[in-house]
Ligand binder design. Sequence first.
Ligand code: MG
Length: 304
Amino acid sequence: MLTDAFEVIDKRFTQYAMPNVHLETLYSGTRWAEGPAYFPAGKYLIWSDIPNDRLLRYDETNGVVSEFLKPCRNHNGHTVDREGRLVACEHRGRCVSRIEANGSTTILADRFEGKRLNSPNDLVVKSDGSIWFTDPTYGIDSEYEGDKAEAEIDGSYVYRIDGVTGAITAVITDMVKPNGLAFSPDESLLYVADTGATHVEDGPRHIRTFNVKSDDTLSGGALFATSDNGLFDGFRVDVHGNIWTSAGDGVHCYTPEGDLIGKILTGETVANVEFGGIKRNRLFICATTTLRAVYLNTQAALRP
Ligand code: MG
């Protein structure tokens, strides 16, 4: 029997949801949980509590949660790069930064064509070392998740930081509020969520698909899926190319063809997810006030 947390919409979902597996609550007490990043070498997860201006750390070896960094300039999204370093989107810092092996912090991007970024939201590292991030205005819209400020850039774009030169280019400029993003397992596709419905009536609440060319420029941008509950914020892709995305009622699972086949119901709005565990088969879920986790019969996609 599947436990109550799983909602099967299409029977294909049952190959990933296992009987008698429970959705666990690992921590409670955040205001807006975001930015999960799992470190296999240390068996721990870092995530953001944006309004409380802190990072938390879940130690998978003993279940202990501790404050990892406070204040933290209101970090939002995180990822782990190919060298095992934490790469962060900072709302209050209005930058993308990296914590080095010696503990120091390097700013990787804080301006585009001389103007300050809005408030980087989420990011992903490609196999060539390039860093792709979204830059909506949520961190400068109010004092709640950063410092309220006027935008300097006339739009919310998706950017690419070159892994060799550090040069920053705008790769998507036609979204309202680009948010979560991830590559397909072979990196031929880039999925990007647009949460523009927060600012525009009947605005975007969907994920689009872009084709990634060999020179890392993009084409396409077709609609992949529209949320039937809340907004798609952050998401991750598994080895089969399924998209496990945040939504208003939990986590939604989409096949590579864009079919919604199942949900993991949390009872709280989910902002982001991350695969972890030493077998990459444990899905960590940032659900507003809580950190949840559930084992699945699938694994995180590995970079090529
Ligand atoms: Mg986000």
